[in-house]
Write a protein that binds this ligand. Structure first.
Ligand SMILES: *[C@@H]1O[C@H](CO)[C@@H](O)[C@H](O)[C@H]1NC(C)=O
Ligand SMILES: *[C@@H]1O[C@H](CO)[C@@H](O)[C@H](O)[C@H]1NC(C)=O
Ligand SMILES: *[C@@H]1O[C@H](CO)[C@@H](O)[C@H](O)[C@H]1NC(C)=O
Ligand SMILES: *[C@@H]1O[C@H](CO)[C@@H](O)[C@H](O)[C@H]1NC(C)=O
Ligand SMILES: *[C@@H]1O[C@H](CO)[C@@H](O)[C@H](O)[C@H]1NC(C)=O
Length: 522
């Protein structure tokens, strides 16, 4: 999701837009940080208004007076059967329990603890059965897995007679090891600590529920899928097997492959449309060179911000590209996707001579913040902690730095240092170009990257239409199962079966079922 907060329109709108963003997040499950793009106007007054508003709701930290964006490999959105009503959310929120967790697993002298939330459902459990745990990711814990029968895994759990758990990831939702989000506190915000949390949690639940050594199987999607796979790699004595859906396993600063996948999707779907997008971006680059052209773009994109400096132009491109990528990532394998793609290409190519207007129409069609929810419920999920993880561990910055993409799809309008510079803008001196690159190297060293990943009894599931597959494991090898679902988007396999599913997803669920049940029964 991209939320654009255009400050020029007045503080009232800002308030509404920001609160709508968080209200929407609340309704969606799991890892759903989305992209938060805040486009600031040059008005000092509005900067102050925005800061005060964000301060009031505890979000000052995420406000930077330029643009802030973070691409997260989060889970599917907009799929009706996983959206919670507010009553369901409140009910679920109230049923989560807490576990006393260590703040620092790697320093024996640090005795600090915090309360980490978790969900459990014992109603499917049959004595001797396994334990399934959904690994929490970059969002509020969702007990859609443990309390509401809305995920595919709930069906598996029933069949396996499994006890079902989920554990909220530290620094998301309501599991806060530290009361603030300063870099000093965020140094405890790492996937390594999160995996150690998971290990400690599992060891304790064995005792708490008097489980006689069940097989623990981890599940997760997106970043949660990465954690699921890494948990099995790092804690093989605790965890028996792992399913990792749409899980990036290779950290990368410059994630230029993302747009390569998107370009391929468009070229396979409708070449004329892909070429029109290309011509549109080239024309936009040209327009940006003159003041007149800048005004024109502002108008047709309903953007209304300065477009003079390079940074301002990056901001613009970032926004209009993200909007398209967001849609592609969630190509959910349902029939709605193809229909929408058709619509997008119709809009893009409606006037052969005006591909810029075509793209502006696509953008207006996809821009998700138009029908704002009017609720103003705010909760402390935010982009800042995920952005910290990208700067501190993973990178994953989407760029246009691919010759192939530049040649026939999107020219080079978003360099990698746009995102890298943001790390420093947001967190200060802890991050600069050199530290961001070395952090990402260190992550790949610790988890071995995708070529040397050496967990076993692991299943990787990816969607062919999900650009994140470019960082995952797609080929089976010793101890590793891999399924690639033709035509599916991000983590589509995790959702419950529904009538609109394409046959490839139904077939993939059958395979997943067979593999998990084999682990359970062997
Ligand atoms: C959800 O639970 C947390 C922690 O238990 C609590 O602080 C918060 O107020 C609850 N939120 C809602 C919207 O009920
Ligand atoms: C466990 O799951 C079942 C089936 O989805 C649900 O009816 C029940 O309310 C859940 N139990 C708890 C404690 O949430
Ligand atoms: C990124 O690098 C380019 C070329 O070295 C430079 O012109 C630009 O100012 C840098 N920063 C940003 C945010 O683009
Ligand atoms: C950032 O660091 C990388 C890796 O060391 C290097 O290749 C790149 O040129 C650096 N970029 C800038 C703008 O200094
Ligand atoms: C994976 O590799 C690491 C480091 O090389 C090693 O310590 C570990 O034992 C390996 N795990 C397995 C399951 O082979």
């Amino acid at each position: 999701m991209t939320v654009t907060v255009t400050l020029a329109k007045g503080a009232g709108d800002v308030l509404l837009a920001v609160s709508s963003y968080f209200a929407r997040i609340k309704r969606l499950f799991g890892c759903f940080e989305g992209f938060l793009t805040i486009i600031a106007s040059s008005s000092a007054f509005l900067h102050v208004a925005m800061s005060q508003f964000l301060l009031a709701v505890g979000f000052l930290s995420i406000y930077v007076p330029s643009v802030l964006t973070a691409f997260t490999p989060r889970l599917s959105s907009g799929i009706e059967n996983i959206i919670l009503t507010s009553q369901e959310f409140d009910l679920i929120n109230d049923t989560l329990r807490t576990f006393t967790q260590k703040v620092d697993h790697f320093d024996p002298n640090n005795k600090d603890t915090f309360l980490q939330r978790f969900g459990v459902n014992v109603s499917f459990y049959k004595p001797g059965g396994p334990a399934f745990i959904l690994v929490g990711c970059e969002g509020t814990a969702s007990t859609i897995w443990t309390h509401l029968p809305r995920s595919y895994w709930v069906d598996l759990a029933k069949e396996a007679g499994a006890m079902v758990f989920t554990l909220e990831h530290r620094f998301y939702g309501y599991s806060w090891p530290k009361p603030d989000l300063s870099p000093e506190s965020l140094k405890f915000h790492t996937s390594r600590q999160a995996l150690a949390d998971l290990n400690a949690f599992i060891l304790a639940q064995k005792v708490a529920f008097d489980l006689n050594n069940p097989k623990w199987i981890t599940f997760g999607g997106s970043y949660g899928g990465s954690l699921s796979a890494w948990a099995r790699e790092k804690y093989p004595d605790t965890i028996y097997a792992a399913v990792a859906s749409s899980a990036p396993i290779e950290a990368v600063v410059d994630f230029s492959a993302f747009l390569e996948v998107v370009s391929d999707i468009f070229y396979n779907f409708d070449k004329i449309c892909a070429q029109s997008i290309h011509r549109g971006f080239l024309a936009m680059q040209k327009e940006l060179q003159t003041e007149e052209g800048q005004d024109k773009l502002n108008q047709i994109f309903d953007y209304h911000n300065r477009l003079k400096s390079q940074q301002e132009q990056y901001n613009f491109f970032n926004l209009i590209i993200d909007t398209l990528l967001e849609f592609i990532q969630y190509g959910d394998g349902g029939s709605g996707y193809a229909t929408k793609l058709t619509k997008i290409c119709q809009l893009q190519t409606a006037d052969e001579n005006n591909p810029v207007q075509g793209y502006a129409n696509v953008y207006a069609f996809l821009r998700p913040h138009k029908p704002l929810l009017r609720s103003a419920v705010i909760k402390p999920d935010n982009g800042r902690t995920w952005i910290w993880q990208t700067c501190n561990e993973f990178g994953f910055f989407v760029t246009t730095n691919s010759k192939r993409v530049n040649k026939n799809f999107v020219p080079d309008v978003l360099p990698v240092n746009y995102s890298v510079d943001n790390c420093g803008n947001i967190f200060g001196d802890v991050f600069n170009n050199a530290t961001v690159y070395s952090n990402v190297d260190s992550t790949n060293e610790y988890y071995h990257g995708r070529n040397k990943y050496n967990g076993t009894r692991v299943l990787f599931v990816n969607g062919k239409n999900d650009p994140w597959h470019a960082l995952s494991i797609l080929e089976p090898r010793e101890g590793i199962n891999a399924i690639v679902i033709e035509g599916a988007g991000h983590a589509a396999d995790m959702l419950r079966s529904q009538e609109s599913d394409i046959p490839a997803i139904t077939a993939a669920r059958k395979q997943i079922h067979a593999i998990v049940m084999k682990w359970v029964n062997e």
